[in-house]
Ligand binder design. Sequence first.
Ligand code: PTJ
Length: 243
Amino acid sequence: MIPKSHPRYESLLMREKISEGVKKGLVHETGMIAHGRGEAFDYLLGEKTIPPADRAAIAAAAYLKNAENAVISINGNVAVLSARECVELAEAANAKIEVNLFHRTEERVEKLVKFIENKGGSDVLGREADARIPGLEHDRGKCSSEGIYSADVVLVPLEDGDRCEALKKMGKKVITIDLNPLSRTARTADVTVVDNVVRAIPNIKKHLLEKHEWDEIIKSWDNRKCLQDCMEYISRRLSLYKF
Ligand code: PTJ
């Protein structure tokens, strides 16, 4: 039990959720490594939503708002950290939820679908896996024809670069959430929210419920510029650091 008074309470709670998730078979063991990499970048950001990430969250809301068939793809890490928030975002965006895994096993898909249902999700896709993402080998390419396969906009938090690229090749608009602005996923996606999923998902939902000039936001969105702004933010923060 982590005491709430601990200065790193939030961060330790996330670790606990990931580690419990591994024990329950929800999170793949390499999910702990992915989380550790994320933590390091979160440290560099100051563990808060930085201004360019907030702008990206508005752009993400714009793409979700204008989508015909939006899908939120959930993996093990995202489920244990923010399943409830993903369900709420899906409701606000009228989007579907699909469990789609890098290290796919039918057993883990089943566990994750049930886990999300317990957090309020309904009609969670992923079990059927009746379609394939072209260009991805073996089980990694499996997806739902009703979900990711036919989606026009896909939100893929904590994604791997390959899948992001493959989804783009299918003509989809890809939104990602990745604490690492240098990752291949971050550089490939149409919108990259450089933030922790636990902050980014509720923030996208918050913006979605506001009034914005959605078409204008999409028209003027420049993801490369946003990534550059994130890097400059980190560099400035580091250069001003005083011991
Ligand atoms: O559940 P599965 O089988 O689909 O596997 C999921 C993982 C995450 C293990 C798999 O997709 C993977 O190996 O991902 P990568 O290639 O390590 O990429 C994860 C990216 O997410 C890294 O760039 C991390 O910096 C970033 N990241 C980690 N934790 C968070 C994060 N970004 C946002 N919020 C986080 N909490």
